[in-house]
Design a protein around this ligand. Structure first.
Ligand code: NAD
Length: 251
């Protein structure tokens, strides 16, 4: 459907989506395929990756794994034009309850993971005429949410990293932007709800806490990522788009 609306804006381009086997990443994969891209998925588990993708098992917290996967994508698909740095994990707690090992683990996936993937992909992106990187941050980067100290710090760092990378690479024709999703209806959120005593009531309460009364649809986030990744937007870099029903602005 989207493919008809947006024509084949990604035709001839190769996109890499980390965490593309689930949730927001899976929606991005579908949106880019609809737009005519050839798409590679880098994920810890690839059994649920879209069958029309080149799926590579990779761990963004492991430099050797990332380098090998990115080189495999470029060899298989003939280059890389778009990187969607979307793999990430949650972390609950305050600074008193999260231990050192958890800080190191989550920052290595949520922040350094994006730097690893970008660094491995940059030699290929420089050869593209339409290079773009889109990093998935979160409303947690800008809104002070309780019991999210580590997660918020990691996503705030993603926004700072996005701006710094945009400055480093704009002269090379590589744009770098971010999206800030609100609470999105993905397997991650379903897992959290399923662990509650009454998942139905918990979901209703979560919907009610969103300014627009419902969870964000992952396809809405994918649409913002597609906009930022699209060669139609050569002048947009170093910024982010909130897809959160107004959570960031309307409190
Ligand atoms: P999800 O759990 O449904 O999907 C995440 C995917 O990332 C999974 O396929 C997982 O296997 C993969 N992944 C995790 N660690 C990895 C690693 N080390 N290496 C490679 N792949 C790895 O989650 P989601 O809700 O779709 O979240 C995707 C992104 O969106 C994350 O960065 C998350 O922080 C962000 N986000 C999500 C929400 C939300 O409410 N769901 C809100 C704001 C931001």
């Amino acid at each position: 459907m989207n493919g008809q609306v947006h024509s084949m804006e990604f035709s001839g381009l190769v996109a890499v989506v980390t965490g593309g086997a689930s949730g927001i990443g899976a929606s991005v994969v579908q949106r880019l395929l609809d737009g005519g891209a050839r798409v590679a998925v880098l994920d810890l588990r690839i059994d649920t990756a879209h069958p029309d993708t080149f799926a590579v098992e990779a761990d963004v917290s492991d430099l050797a794994s990332v380098q090998k996967a990115i080189d495999a994508v470029a060899a298989e698909l003939g280059g890389i034009d778009i990187v969607v740095n979307n793999a990430g994990i949650g972390a609950q707690g305050s600074v008193e309850t999260v231990d050192e090992a958890e800080w190191a683990r989550v920052l290595s996936i949520n922040v350094t993971g994006m730097a690893r993937v970008a660094s491995a992909a940059l030699p290929y992106l420089r050869r593209s005429g339409a290079a773009a990187i889109v990093n998935t941050s979160s409303v947690a980067a800008t809104a002070g949410l309780p019991a999210r100290a580590l997660y918020s710090a990691s996503k705030g760092a993603v926004l700072a990293l996005t701006r710094a990378m945009a400055a480093d690479h704009i002269r090379e024709g590589i744009r770098v932007n971010a999206v800030n999703p609100g609470t999105a209806d993905t397997p991650w959120v379903s897992r959290l709800l399923d662990s509650a005593d009454d998942p139905g009531a918990e979901r209703a309460a979560l919907n009610a806490r969103q300014p627009h009364g419902r969870l964000v649809d992952p396809n809405e986030v994918a649409e913002a990522i597609a906009y930022l990744a699209s060669p139609r937007n050569r002048s947009t870099t170093g910024t982010s788009i909130a897809v959160d029903g107004g959570m960031q602005e309307l409190r």
